[in-house]
Design a protein around this ligand. Structure first.
Ligand code: GLV
Length: 344
């Protein structure tokens, strides 16, 4: 078995420990916490390693994958893998894996943290106190929107777009807030219909009826800019948009215009269209809560994700089926057989 894994950036210790315990040599491409791994470092690492462990910050494209005819796999330390050209990997006979399931709860919890934060103005309240502006309690201070029926007694509607593991986990948590839940995901119609307490809605209906719209689809050609100016116009003026999925699902320039014009009440974003860059004007909007792509960032979850990525990497190295392979058809290809026969 080849015994070298190139890890693009320092993953949490449980992952590195697993690789070390298996006798694997690792090289880490990261230079510091704020600089993306330079392309030349990535290329060197891919040529050096038998397997690549990547993060969502590294574009793993066809040209990078083609650099090493003995590369035996790519283990992405994330559930999303839109940073990887999976079609190119499959054509080259390279299995690709991810870390599904592990981060479902942490991400669903954080979705609610953002939803509550923007509706109840938590960051504004914090900033107000820190700035020394809290001189006298006020009956009109920091008025926000209820998530539960609250003062109006009216149940609120949560619209879930993308009904995979995370979308469904977000929907389950809505019961505690006595919300009605609508869901839209053409790939999960049967699951939505089978879930008690969740009703299918076409996209336009969901947008028009929801008080909170929360986004959980994978980024694909179909979901890129799913929320554009037209979709934002469909939303209630009192509604909030939450995105913990992928930035490009939202047309961020259109969102800035909607926030500025108060065409929606607010938004909370954990991801950005050109991450980490922000669309012009976003930072100046006072009705948006911003987070640095941290929805799965709990100590336990990130540690377990790193361990899962390491387990996938070890399986790739051994020429075994990886527990979380995303292109399982690759194992039947001649390209894969040739690659593994080459000895990795
Ligand atoms: C985070 O965004 C992930 O895909 O794991």
């Amino acid at each position: 078995m080849p015994s070298r894994v190139f890890v693009t950036r320092r993953i949490p210790k449980p992952g590195l420990d697993l690789l070390a315990a298996a006798g694997v040599r690792t090289r880490i491409g990261q230079t510091d916490d704020e600089t993306a791994v330079p392309r030349a470092v990535l290329e060197d690492g891919v040529r050096w390693g038998g397997v690549l462990v990547s993060l969502l910050t590294e574009p793993v494209d066809a040209a990078l994958l083609a650099l090493n005819p003995r590369l035996l796999g790519v283990a992405n330390c994330a559930v999303g893998y839109d940073n990887i050209d999976v079609a190119a990997a499959t054509a080259l006979g390279i299995p690709v894996s991810n870390t599904p399931g592990i981060l479902t709860d942490s991400t669903a919890d954080f979705t609610w943290a953002l939803l509550l934060a923007v509706a109840r103005r938590v960051p504004e309240g914090d900033a107000y106190v820190r700035a020394g502006r809290y001189k006298l309690w006020g009956v009109n201070l920091m008025l926000g929107a209820d998530v539960s029926p609250g003062g109006s007694g009216q149940r609120k509607v949560l619209g879930v777009i993308g009904y995979g593991r995370i979308g469904a986990a977000v929907a389950r948590r809505a019961a505690g807030f006595e919300m009605d839940v609508l869901a839209y995901d053409p790939e999960a119609r049967a699951r939505i219909d089978a879930d008690p307490g969740v009703a299918w809605a076409e996209l336009d209906d969901l947008l028009a009826q929801s008080d909170f719209v929360t986004l959980h689809p994978a980024l694909t050609d179909r979901t890129r800019h799913l929320i554009d100016a037209r979709a934002l116009r469909r939303m209630k003026r009192t509604a909030y948009l939450i995105n913990v999925a992928r930035g490009p699902v939202v047309d961020e320039a259109a969102l800035v215009a909607a926030l500025r014009g108060r065409r929606i009440a607010g938004a909370a974003l954990d991801v950005f269209e050109r991450e980490p860059a922000l669309a012009p004007g976003l930072l100046e909007c006072d009705n948006v809560v911003l987070a640095p792509h941290m929805a799965s960032a709990s100590v336990d979850t990130r540690g377990r994700m790193a361990a899962a990525a390491a387990e996938n990497a070890l399986a790739h190295l051994r020429g075994e089926r990886a527990p979380n392979v995303v292109n399982s058809g690759v194992y039947e290809t001649a390209a894969y057989r040739e690659r593994t026969a080459a000895g990795g």
